[in-house]
Design a protein around this ligand. Structure first.
Ligand SMILES: [Zn+2]
Ligand SMILES: [Zn+2]
Length: 350
């Protein structure tokens, strides 16, 4: 019998359905879990993605891309394989892919988090036989604090900077993290500016009905009291100079283990991630009821070892064969531990 899912040199492939999930190389049929660059690549003949993420994917792909939206929980059929998409709680429109064929069910989570996020639908637990889970932050040292604490810290940092006559420059991924920050901070503290890489994505979120505070163009004069949201790649750019003097911070799960050697050139770090932490990964995998677990991204080996100890058939699925030039952002697959802040590299911004 054909396996329901296979790892190939183009990415995860469903042989009976003849489609790929987040493929690395051009294919005929691609199901895209979300619009981050390390999952959504251009060049596929046909794309299927969650309806909530359709506008984001369209924004990131060429105008000619053939993209079919599929509402969460509705199903479609490729060669007798039933496909449905379910919220992953990672960014707007992020989806887990559930595939079912001859009684076998596999779920490919894509990136996910279990903590609620007011800018996207909450992660939906799914039952399956095989789960392919990301494992970006799969070490016991990664345990996220409740986001309310993080947003309090950020608000306080902003207010303190104001007292010192500084603007507050907060670095974050332009897709997802920036909007989650906007939705969570206290907009009454002062004016908010967004970099041009972030503002069009804010607009897509707003158009999708997500409530974000007002953001200003960088020509406005109230800069001294402002919060400035920018992608990490903007840190060294001339665009930043207009906000001087300022204090900088970076909001990322990687800030949890910032060592001196890896310290990015920012003044402060906030540990806010759009990925599941160690406990979130384990509880989600257990709740799926899957006996077979494939792990991708990050610290997959450590998590596979733990899951095997509790009786699951778990393995790390090597993704290092991927095209380095298009790999992006959070994914430290294959990265040695000393490059724990890959997203500070401009080329890797997702
Ligand atoms: Zn992602
Ligand atoms: Zn990813």
């Amino acid at each position: 019998m054909q396996p329901i899912l296979q790892r190939t040199d183009k990415g995860f492939y469903c042989p009976p359905g003849d489609f790929y999930i987040d493929p690395y190389k051009p294919v005929d049929r691609a199901i895209i879990t979300h619009a981050h660059a390390d999952h959504a690549r251009s060049g596929h003949r046909h794309y299927l993605t969650a309806a909530d993420g359709f506008a984001l994917l369209k924004h990131r792909m060429l105008a000619s891309a053939q993209i079919t939206p599929l509402p969460y929980a509705q199903s479609t059929n490729y060669h007798g394989v039933r496909i449905s998409l379910h919220p992953a709680g990672h960014v707007l429109g992020s989806a887990q892919v559930r595939i079912e064929h001859k009684g076998q069910i596999a779920v490919i989570t894509g990136d996910y988090k279990v903590e609620p996020d007011q800018t996207c639908a909450p992660f939906e637990p799914l039952n399956c036989h095989l789960i392919v889970s990301e494992s970006t932050f799969a070490l016991p040292i990664y345990q996220w604090q409740p986001q309310s604490i993080l947003f309090d810290q950020i608000n306080r940092w902003w207010a303190t900077n104001q007292d010192q006559g500084l603007a507050s420059v907060l670095m974050a991924y332009s897709l997802g993290k920036a909007q989650r920050l906007l939705a969570g901070i206290d907009p009454t503290i002062g004016p908010i500016y967004c970099h041009s890489a972030i503002e069009p994505i804010n607009q897509i979120y707003r158009d999708s009905g997500i409530d974000l505070p007002q953001t200003l163009r960088a020509t406005d004069p109230q800069r001294a009291r402002s919060l400035v949201l920018a992608p990490p790649s903007a840190l060294a750019s001339p665009w930043m100079s207009r906000f001087r003097p300022f204090s900088t911070a970076f909001a990322s799960g990687w800030m949890a283990v910032r060592s001196k050697r890896n310290r990015p050139s920012v003044d402060t770090g906030f540990v806010l991630s759009d990925h599941a932490d160690w406990n979130g990964l384990i509880s989600s995998i257990k709740a799926s009821g899957a006996q077979e677990v494939w792990l991708t991204h990050g610290y997959s080996t450590a998590l596979a070892r733990y899951l095997r100890e509790i009786g699951l058939d778990a393995k790390s699925v090597d993704t290092r064969f991927r095209d380095e030039s298009s790999s992006a952002g959070h994914d430290p697959a294959g990265n040695p531990p000393d490059s724990i802040i890959p997203e500070l590299k401009p080329a890797g911004e997702q």
